[in-house]
Design a protein around this ligand. Sequence first.
Ligand code: ARG
Length: 482
Amino acid sequence: MTNQLDKKSQAWSALFSEPMSELVKRYTASVFFDKRLWQADITGSLAHADMLAAQGIIAAQDLADIQRGMALITHEIESGAFEWKLDLEDVHLNIEARLTQLVGDAGKRLHTGRSRNDQVATDVRLWLRSEMDLIIDLLVDLQKSLVEVAEKHVEVILPGFTHLQVAQPVSFAHHLLAYVEMFSRDAERMSDVRRRTNRLPLGSAALAGTTYPLDRERVARTLGMVDEAGNPQVCQNSLDGVSDRDFAIEFAAAASLCMVHISRMSEELILWMSQNFGFVKIADRFTTGSSIMPQKKNPDVPELARGKTGRVFGHLMGLLTLMKGQPLAYNKDNQEDKEPLFDTVDTLKDTLRIFSEMIGGQVNPATGQKEGGITVNADAMEAAVKKGYATATDLADYLVKKGLPFRDAHEIVAHAVKAATNHNCDLSELPMAVLQGFHASIEKDVYEVLSLRGSLNARKTLGGTAPAQVKLQIARHRARLV
Ligand code: ARG
């Protein structure tokens, strides 16, 4: 069987008087990265062929041949036997050429009413949709890991910082749950992007639609491109359909924001692991030694995640710049959307996986229990809170409850902190007589207020750090993250 696509790779058609140079071939080809879209490409083609047959545009026998050929190709690709050819430029032409080789004329009929422009836009959407589903699952896993660790540390007191200065005591669990909020918004954002990704460009053809009586809604339904109510979601303007890459940019933006959260957590882990803090340890398998300093255990994983955040931001910028100023409709520029998108997905997935495990540990198959997550040094955390007069606000609030205006109370407490600094002790260690010297209304019950635990328990507003509140939040997350 002669393969016209193979011939075309020498010169596209009778119109061309010379073949492409090797350099241009290499420059314009995308097969070595876009072959990753093969499954989406076959799925999209099968849905298109099924519709062509249903509309009587191709014969039932053609459809059967195409299905048989695609099954063979799937097997060849999965087993590694498929021969990807640079001469055939991209994943689409490689698969179509092989199909024609395997099933003859039916293969040549597949491209009826279709262009690679709407084909590639469909493939990328299908591929990204399934990757986003995996990412949402990974975000759920990470949240679960954080909630599990939080559950065990509700009563552990961490210095809450503002400006990286000790501010007020907070529950360590409360701190972890702040990240759960961030990752839950990330998952929400991914689902939102998924909705706009899950729309069908196929049927836009090259740019203007096609003369064949296509049933685009049938294709959308076959591909699961439907809304919550099951209504098919089809790109409604052919020019926009082939050229829109908003979904890719939105995804890269959502991924970037997720990496912002990862980088914040990384930074905190790095600080907390340093000798100066000593708040947590991460398992050895997430750290590395130094080739020169034998005492070192470096937090390479959080550091690298912090670094990879920059790389993902770069992809977002790359995609935005790629689309900026492009005239309608499809331009070859768009081929450059893939590598940043692929790398964003890979980086994000690996990062989320590794963080889930680093925080929450791994299930030991022998015990069914998770092991090897972060270890928490509650004593070091508590010692650090005590260094910073973290209950000063509590003393001010105490005076306010005794009838003082807040600003006056604030001033009085500043004097008390100064006295404690001079005595080299915590506010709670100042003798009653000294405290009463600041204001006569101070009584013995102040010591409970000045204790770390008293301070923590008192912050029981919704979303506050009181263990009672934190437990409610944990229960809410547990119910949500099934
Ligand atoms: N490999 C191309 C891409 O990734 C497929 C579409 C090519 N279309 C075209 N008219 N050259 O964008």
